[in-house]
Design a protein around this ligand. Structure first.
Ligand code: OOG
Ligand code: NI
Length: 447
């Protein structure tokens, strides 16, 4: 039975995103400044802001074990967030692979598109056997979910997949506990240093009580403006914006961040003091349109070409010169809606033009677009970019990045740990596009 007091997953996700954002603002005051900056810029633009852009955030966490990943899947599913896309970060020298938990359908995305980039440490990549078993043991002895949170997940799964408002509030309160920062490490300083020497990411995952949220990211309409305003707001930006260069028709995702805090921490549950740890930061993103596999291939090819061309540059090279080369390289990527559509590079929602009654079927959709009877609206990219993610990781792990890990992608074992399949992002966009075409032509299309 559902009543007015019933809280469904879409609502729970909004409540959770807002609670997490409040918690992170009190933990990292600079994140509050970042929210102000983004809101100022978004309100300066003339566009009417969509509701979702004002509340839109993504976050990131890093998990240590298969069991943690399997439970996080259940926790996020209470909030209507499901695993989409597999990201192999070993190619970028990072000992993790990842997915993104997010809503799947248009209606839920419009309600609140909150998503969490969730990495899993690949313990098998630790070469040193004794450190590998030490890390495994430490991780196996921690519990990252409160007992009440577990009970409520079970209650949700065995009942009607909704809560009353009182239970919903209790659930949110319990769920955010998993993501809280703990300024005391569970291990002693020697263990921390050993793990940090392997890779700072390993220390960040293994040495704490739980998977603290390491950043939250509001969405901005003009990332260039955000990047140049950061200093004015007292934030130290990373040097360049990740992703494609500025364009008339933005594609995929552009991201920038402020540099991670170097925070004081204690060890051995507080007995040893005087340490510091760098992990938490704030990020800004600008989202463009989702690309088809053909468009994505072109994007990946151009990024790969640019990386080859800049590989000879010294780390001290002027980032602006690198950026100009990126702009140059991307001249090959069509930058008007008509070509992006005609060449099948991006996904679109098809809508009947106002006041037009449509005659035709699915096979005519192209001519309907050409005649102006049907209008196109690009579909927003809801996912992440592995090369950009690697850039974000690297810019926030401190100078002393550990040994480079070289390993093959392993979606199979990620899904085994997850306890389910990962959704393919291209299929989700394709489905949105197909549904919009069928809506345009109505039943005539359903032959
Ligand atoms: C995740 C980095 C990935 C993004 O926006 O690409 C990410 C991490 O640092 O744990 O959030
Ligand atoms: Ni991020």
């Amino acid at each position: 039975m559902t009543t007015n007091d019933t809280v469904f997953p879409d609502m729970l996700r909004s409540m959770f995103a807002s609670a997490l954002s409040h918690m992170y603002q009190s933990e990292v005051p600079q994140y509050g400044t970042l929210l102000k900056l983004v809101s100022d810029i978004n309100h300066q633009t003339n566009q009417k802001l969509q509701h979702r852009i004002e509340v839109e955030r993504h976050g990131a966490i890093r998990l240590g074990t298969a069991a943690e990943l399997a439970t996080i899947r259940r926790l996020f599913s209470v909030m209507g967030m499901y695993p989409v896309g597999y990201y192999d970060l070993a190619v970028a020298g990072l000992p993790v692979h990842a997915t993104c938990f997010r809503p799947l359908i248009e209606e839920s995305l419009a309600h609140n598109p909150f998503r969490v980039f969730t990495s899993l440490l690949r313990l098998e990549l630790i070469q040193d056997k004794s450190l590998r078993s030490k890390a495994t043991e430490i991780l196996n002895s921690r519990t990252i979910f409160t007992p009440r949170c577990m009970e409520l997940i079970e209650e949700y799964e065995s009942n009607q997949r909704c809560f009353t408002s009182t239970v919903a509030e209790e659930f949110i309160k319990e769920a955010v506990e998993t993501f809280r920062w703990h300024k005391t490490s569970t291990v002693d300083i020697t263990t921390y240093k050993e793990l940090q020497a392997l890779h700072p990411l390993i220390a960040d995952v293994v040495c704490f009580k739980g998977p603290h949220i390491n950043h939250l990211t509001p969405r901005v309409i003009d990332i260039q403006a955000a990047q140049s305003s950061m200093v004015l707001y007292g934030l130290q930006p990373k040097e360049t914006i990740e992703g494609p260069p500025a364009r008339n028709c933005p594609v995929l995702l552009r991201q920038t961040s402020f540099i991670a805090l170097n925070e004081a921490i204690a060890f051995s549950n507080g007995k040893e003091t005087g340490g510091s740890h760098r992990a938490r930061f704030g990020e800004i993103e600008q989202r463009g349109m989702a690309l088809t596999p053909k468009g994505r291939q072109l994007y990946d090819d151009l990024i790969a070409k640019w990386r080859r061309d800049t590989a000879i540059f010294k780390p001290s090279a002027d980032p602006m010169v690198m950026h100009e080369l990126l702009v140059e390289t991307f001249r090959e990527f069509p930058d008007d809606l008509e070509t992006l559509w005609a060449e099948g590079l991006a996904y679109f929602i098809y809508r009947p033009a106002a006041g037009v009654s449509i005659k035709g079927d699915v096979h005519d959709i192209k001519s309907l677009v050409k005649s102006g009877a049907v209008e196109l609206q690009p579909i927003t990219y809801e996912d992440f970019l592995p090369v950009s993610a690697a850039g974000i990781f690297h810019s926030n792990l401190g100078q002393e990045d550990g040994d480079d890990q070289v390993a093959a992608a392993d979606q199979g074992s990620f899904e085994k740990a997850l306890g389910g399949k990962i959704h393919n992002e291209f299929e989700l966009y394709e489905e949105m596009q197909e549904n919009s075409i069928l809506n345009c032509v109505g039943d005539r299309g359903r032959v």
